[in-house]
Design a protein around this ligand. Structure first.
Ligand code: SF4
Length: 311
């Protein structure tokens, strides 16, 4: 069965072997973050909708999980904000009921957690990974460029309430954009926000592949350590490169489709693809050259190497 809504499993730097469920069409989101790996938001919205038929997503999940594949997480994510799908709770409940051994994670920008119904659905997950890049309205608007009704204050309040209700783990992610949210002033506000929502883990992230704007730079390791120091919580994780995972037993048999599916979600180098797909670089190259020749993908040189994206 070819899958339309499932992708991977891919090795995620945070979640291990993760099967993704893509719940919204590219690129439907309540934010239009300047660093978004999925590109510019084309449907900027806070309105929930059944973007894809819930039943069809559940049918794919049933089919995929029927063979009992090894997964660390089933991850609600994709090319936009997954909580915008009105069937998210139904899907999560279905997995809880029929496949109780699997753990579920939700990657979210947290903006819809102001809604009690969304909080109830998100509470079905084992892990929720929300982002909070800024607490001041000015920096929030510059980095996340949200739908006009969304405020940083409301997002923080939603996260704090969610923390009170949710029994699972919250892994907060902060994306550092040098020059915007790395000032002491902003970091102190973020620190106060973290104190209110006390996440189980805090991860600092930064650009490691091309974004939309050339001016977004990657902070140095020392700079990230300074930021972690100002935030002042123990064990702040500074995200580094993708882990090598050669032990993914069940990735898609069709390497070509896997390469296309992976770079559709974010531009990758051959090295990235090699690690993500657990293949030798020479093996990946064998597929890349014909894809270039057929005009299905393009290449572009960036600081970290040559990145491939779909045409
Ligand atoms: S919230 Fe996530 S999907 Fe939405 S624009 Fe930001 S990075 Fe992209």
């Amino acid at each position: 069965m070819g899958y339309q809504y499932l992708f991977g499993p891919v090795p995620s730097r945070r979640l291990g072997v993760s099967l993704g469920i893509d719940l919204v069409p590219h690129k439907t989101c309540s934010y239009n973050c300047i660093y978004c790996e999925c590109g510019k938001t084309t449907d900027l919205t806070v309105e929930r909708s059944e973007f894809y038929p819930t039943d069809a997503i559940i049918a794919e999940i049933d089919d995929y999980l029927s063979t009992g594949p090894h997964l660390d997480y089933i991850t609600f994510s994709g090319s936009g904000e997954p909580t915008l799908h009105s069937g998210m709770g139904t899907i999560a409940r279905h997995i809880r009921e029929h496949f109780p051994d699997y753990r579920m994670a939700l990657l979210t920008n947290g903006s819809l957690l102001t809604d009690p119904a969304v909080r109830a659905e998100a509470s079905l997950m084992h892990v929720v990974v929300p982002s909070m890049d800024a607490v001041s309205e000015t920096v929030f608007k510059k980095i996340d460029r949200p739908y006009h009704t969304v405020t940083a204050q409301d997002v923080l309040a939603g996260l704090v309430t969610f923390r009170e209700e949710f029994k699972g783990e919250i892994w907060l992610e902060i994306f550092i954009v040098p020059g915007l949210n790395d000032t002491d002033e902003e970091l102190v506000l973020i620190r106060d926000g973290i104190t209110q929502m006390h996440p189980d883990r805090i991860q600092l992230n930064a650009l490691d592949r091309p974004g939309i704007y050339d001016w977004i730079t990657t902070p140095t390791k020392e700079e990230m350590e300074r930021i972690a120091g100002v935030l002042g919580f123990p064990d702040i994780e500074i995200v580094e490169g993708l882990p090598s995972r050669s032990d993914i037993a069940s990735f898609s048999q069709d390497v070509r489709d896997s390469i296309l599916g992976t770079i559709k979600r974010r531009p990758c180098t051959i090295d990235d693809l090699s690690r993500i797909l657990g293949l030798h670089q020479n093996e990946v190259r064998k597929y890349i050259d014909p894809l270039l020749a057929e005009g299905l993908i393009t290449e572009e040189r960036e600081a970290r190497g040559i990145f491939y994206r779909p045409r």
